[in-house]
Ligand binder design. Structure first.
Ligand SMILES: [Zn+2]
Length: 195
């Protein structure tokens, strides 16, 4: 029986690996919010700003969280990711930064982040439920606060920042970004299943 379960989990992992720009992550409550399009995200009022990188943020009114705490988390984990991934001073996030591919990534102050409560329907190419999504063309991230409830707040944030700094939309080079993109509060067994 255990083998059957492990086999099922393996299939599940492959399924998740195959996702495109979206991340399909089960929510512990089983809830999925309605469709959020890029157009809807772009129409938000990005009147909040993180204290460190000046990331432009909009938090939907039904997100149950302390605003300052959300802003701090966005900054801190972006810094953690940059330091971990590039082994450089995380101040590189405040400037245009050339990643190993040669592409230049704009400063984080040009990034817009729309924070929503839970997993949401999305208009990704091959998936219709997301816990986070990065729109390269718009330099915009939609991120669920509890996209994967058992892994703490904003579990996919580092992952989406990873996409901004060179992780391919089809995750073909995801191994180059681990463990720097892993959710910090996620139990090991869940990481094995979902990432
Ligand atoms: Zn991804």
């Amino acid at each position: 029986m255990r083998h059957v379960i492990l086999f099922s989990l393996s299939i599940f992992s492959i399924f998740l690996y195959s996702c495109g720009v979206d991340e399909v992550i089960p929510n512990s409550s089983g809830g999925v919010d309605g469709m959020i399009t890029l157009e809807e995200a772009e129409a938000q009022d990005y009147n909040l700003m993180t204290p460190g990188y000046d990331i432009q943020v909009a938090i939907r009114e039904d997100v149950n969280a302390d605003v300052d705490n959300i802003l701090d988390i966005l900054d801190e984990r972006a810094a953690d990711f940059l330091e971990c991934q590039f082994m450089m001073n995380p101040d590189i996030g405040a400037q245009e930064f050339q990643i190993p591919s040669g592409d230049k990534v704009p400063p984080l102050s040009e990034l817009r982040v729309f924070v929503v409560p839970i997993n949401f329907e999305c208009d990704a190419v091959d998936k219709n439920v997301c816990a986070g999504i990065y729109y390269f063309s718009a330099d915009l991230i939609i991120i669920a606060k509890e996209g994967f409830a058992r892994c703490g707040t904003l579990p996919l944030w580092k992952h989406e920042v990873g996409h901004r700094y060179g992780m391919a939309a089809d995750h073909s080079n995801q191994s180059d970004f681990e463990p720097c993109i892993d959710p910090p509060d996620c139990p090991i067994d869940l990481i094995d299943i979902v990432l």
